[in-house]
Design a binder for this molecule. Sequence first.
Ligand code: AAL
Length: 361
Amino acid sequence: MEMKMSAASRRAAEYKKGGGEWFCGFEYTPAKGLGYEEGVHRRDPSSVIEVNNLYYVWYTKSTGVYFGLSHKGSSRTKVFPWDFADIWYATSSDGINWTEKGIAVQRGLKGSFDDRTVCTPDILAHEGKYYLVYQTQCSDSSYTGSSENVGMAIADSPDGPWKKIQHNILEPMADGQWFGETDNYNNGYFTGFNHDPSLFYYNGEFWLYYKCGASDFLKSLKYCGQDTRWGVAMSKNPEGPYKHCEYNPVTNSGHETMLWHYMGGIAALINRDGPEKNTIQYAKDGINFEVMSRIENTPQAGGAFRSEYHDEHPLEGVRWGLCHVDERGSLWNYIARFDLDQRHPYTHPLEYPKANSISLF
Ligand code: AAL
């Protein structure tokens, strides 16, 4: 007798074959020392790296209330928690108790390309050097989305001193500058801004992933969130010049970037915005991402621990990390820790201590 099978059952069989291991949930605990503090915003943590048995993280820090988008034309009013910010760092020996160490990278002097804010960092350790990438904005910008770029600072030690490259290493392509064959509107979504840079050494080159959106993205709120997606730019040298990939955008969804190496490809957790939000995706070539699983309770602005064991399991690269909390009602943004949900069957052989679970969302 012919076996009847619905489309959903066929898909379920596919998931079991290929994607079962990619499913997960997350739980959240305090990142002590980086938690809630009246008057201070800490947010957008970088990936976490381990150097000489110490974990390091970099993040956006600013002080004072912010006034929102209705003030976006003003040159002096703090518009967002990441406006008028600097990049700070913290260390921890257990990933739970963190000590804030001080400023890593400061805004530039008045008149320079990064004199309004430096924020939303990520880190790459490569051949004895440390590369911090981050968002920059200059003081005449007005949050119309036309002047949000990526900068870089380089150090020989994670404790600095950091030497800034005195120009942006990546700028969004200007409206209309699309060199592909198809129409600019659908494919040219890397106009407007480059946010959330995340740097990898991949296939012998430096790959800089970022979030991008149409310059009017704030007006384009849709049922599935803001109109953001991710692009990537490549360079033979860490300092650049970076060239936007011809296939951009490489995702059709996703807010803050979170990516990791897995078996010669790149995995990505697509959060918060777009029709494919709340999925984990995988691209064998770092460019052509496929949906591997649909997940829930995703970390906001997660920075995962960059594990050297990333090939052991599809989720080793996202086993734990830090994220931020800026949900409704929390005026002062703060940093928390995420872990794969304990119900998830995967546990890494090198276990780590856990704080008591709290509910943040
Ligand atoms: C985030 C990131 C970028 C945005 C802002 C600060 O979480 O997507 O960094 O610019 O919000």
